[in-house]
Design a protein around this ligand. Sequence first.
Ligand code: PMP
Length: 428
Amino acid sequence: MSTLLERARACMPGGVSSPVRAFGSVEGEPPFVVRGAGPFVYDDAGREHVDLVGSWGPLILGHAHPAVVEAVARAARDGLTFGATCAAEVELAERILARFPGHDMLRFVSSGTEAVMSAVRLARGATGRERVLKFEGCYHGHSDGLLVQAGSGLMTIGDGARPSSAGVPDAVARLTDVLPLDNEQALRRYFETRGDELAAVLIEPLPANAGLLVQRPAFLALLRELSRAHGALLICDEVISGFRIAPGGATERFGLEPDIVTLGKIVGGGMPVGAYLASADLMRHVAPLGPVYQAGTLSGNPLAMAAGLATLAELERPDAYARLERLGAHLERGLADALAASDVAGSVVRVGSILWLALQPGEAPRTSACIDPAAARVYGRLHPHALARGLWLAPSAYEVAFVSLAHDEAVLDRALAAFAGALAEVRG
Ligand code: PMP
């Protein structure tokens, strides 16, 4: 164990500022990253790794993109934060809203967690209702009311939901109901019973926090139909999918009509940013226009806005999303071929530049309950071998991989060679 790792573990729980970074579910110790450049990260032993984590999603341009670094440096020279609206804030808001028709206004916050938490408050304030519905396997940040998953009787209306973290009061958890994804019957039954009590339904339209659970269009359409019919607001949490699978995220790509969209990650270009977007009619409820209070000392600060603006400008280049698609397809093919040539069962699930290794036989899962726990054990054994060969994968079987515009086919081939080598070790 390195001295730095010991020091980290002595002064921070697990040695980390966010739990999954601790490598708890994979073998081996977490290296320290000292530098990132394009598609690579470099650890403190001087080793170069092909990065498929991308800081968990924001780095769609890769590490330290010159345009982003320059924009942040330029902004920093004029001051780090003013606690007053800056021009870059207006420009970024306009640029984001242009991609989400029907959403007239937004509010910037400093994380995805804050964006979704505030969106729920807005939904409750606007509807005068308290109950919310989420789906098993969807992550919406760590605010109390959303850190909830169903108990074993999750299909049974009235069972309520249990907190999935200590410290979440039952009284709060009881306001959040949880249903399985991909189950139209459970959805219909739920709305018949509870639909009229619902302030909001939250979904990751492309669930990417328990593997990549691609939903059937009919399920998403039914969710829209039922929520509208019962006066519940539909919140599409696009913290991962926004500007990732299309400029207008899953909303654009799947033709959805959410009432509120939440964003994070890419819109901050690697700086801490989140945002929630809605119609002017809804956003009128937000302070200072209305009674739904929500604020932030560093919200909309000029550095974060500059990073977001520079990132979105690069993404507006004509070829950007076609290139992400091409690179994603290249990686998907290579991973699938490597799996087929090994005796590790599995398939690759991909939407654009988001990929997930489903290390289990059969059809790719659409619900978190269909994910075989044995897959996590295989992944946990595979991970250190990939790392030793210079492939930086998320240290959890349930996390997805991200390709950036800084990757190219040759770099991905290096990643694929490392992956094949790691698979051979697992077989051995
Ligand atoms: N929503 C989704 C869909 C997410 O994936 C995440 C984080 N991975 C969040 C919300 C929370 O964002 P943050 O970590 O920035 O608080």
